[in-house]
Ligand binder design. Structure first.
Ligand SMILES: Nc1ncnc2c1ncn2[C@@H]1O[C@H](COP(=O)(O)OP(=O)(O)O)[C@@H](O)[C@H]1O
Ligand SMILES: [Mg+2]
Length: 256
């Protein structure tokens, strides 16, 4: 099966004050695949996502989503393209004053003309998928961190997005809870077949989910490779990242 890029970033540059954070980022995101962006804190991973979402304009370079240039996209096109996006950021960004049901229903109420009955069907379906049955009338404050993430994931999926963005989705969760979230994520991706872009610190665990791993370092993407190739790369920057995050196991003369 041939792969088709749905997002293409070329020569993306962005400076804040005196600091050039992105120094010419090139990255293609393939349809139906999971691309994981890794790299140290403050390297600009979230910034790349914000450019793709059209929240920030580049200083120069190009960010295309389905062939549309995000840096000069009109309001109407932007609104349309965002219907295809599902987003889960690290704090889940739930509304404290709304129940679980209403939080998940929000995008449907705001962006579609569905009846309450149709909305109810979809929301309940997602609640089942996320294994949070019985929580409909609870408020975010009454939920554990792991449950809140699942509600956030349910809300991100409710408009049937074609591309989903997770920015450090497991922040604040313990090892078991983050594995559980990834398990649910994997399951729903197999069912719903979306393209996923994940920013994550969970190395090497996240490699199991990834089709491609992209390292952002010093303002550029150092390589976007299948996880096996990434782990065995000869590139000194990737090698150093792998050694520091995964230990010396991969630092010897491993050959494939
Ligand atoms: N809107 C902004 N205004 C000023 N500086 C910003 C803005 N967004 C990001 N930055 C800066 O860009 C750098 C990269 O940020 P970020 O993308 O959040 O890094 P990461 O997600 O890799 O940890 C940081 O130094 C941050 O302070
Ligand atoms: Mg970030």
């Amino acid at each position: 099966m041939s792969e088709r890029p749905v997002i293409e970033i070329n020569g993306l540059r962005k400076t804040f004050g005196a600091i050039e954070v992105l120094k010419g980022v090139d990255l293609s995101i393939m349809e139906g695949k999971t691309t994981v962006i890794v790299g140290g804190s403050g390297q600009g991973k979230s910034l790349i996502i914000k450019h793709i979402l059209g929240l920030i304009r580049p200083d120069s370079g190009s960010v295309q989503v389905y062939g549309k240039e995000m840096s000069n996209i009109g309001k109407k096109d932007l609104k349309e393209i965002r219907m295809d996006f599902g987003v889960l950021f690290q704090n889940s960004a739930l509304f404290d004053s709304m129940t679980v049901f209403d939080n998940i229903a929000l995008p449907l109420r705001e962006r579609t003309h569905m009846s309450e009955e149709e909305i109810s069907d979809i929301v309940n379906d997602k609640i089942e998928m996320m294994d949070i049955v019985g929580s409909n009338e609870k408020y975010p404050a009454q939920l554990s961190g792991g449950m809140r993430k699942r509600v956030g994931l349910a809300r991100a999926l409710v408009l049937k997005p074609r591309i989903i963005f997770f920015d450090e989705p497991t922040t604040g969760l313990d090892v078991a809870k983050s594995s559980e979230l990834y398990r649910i994520f994997f399951h729903t991706q197999q069912q719903l077949k979306y393209t996923a872009v994940i920013v994550s610190h969970d190395v090497p665990k996240i490699f199991k989910l990834a089709d491609y791993v992209a390292l952002l370092n010093n303002g550029v993407i150092q390589g976007c490779l299948p996880p096996e190739e990434f782990q065995l790369s000869d590139d000194p920057v990737i090698k150093e990242f792998v050694e520091t995050t995964m230990g010396p196991l991969y630092s010897g003369e491993m050959e494939v």
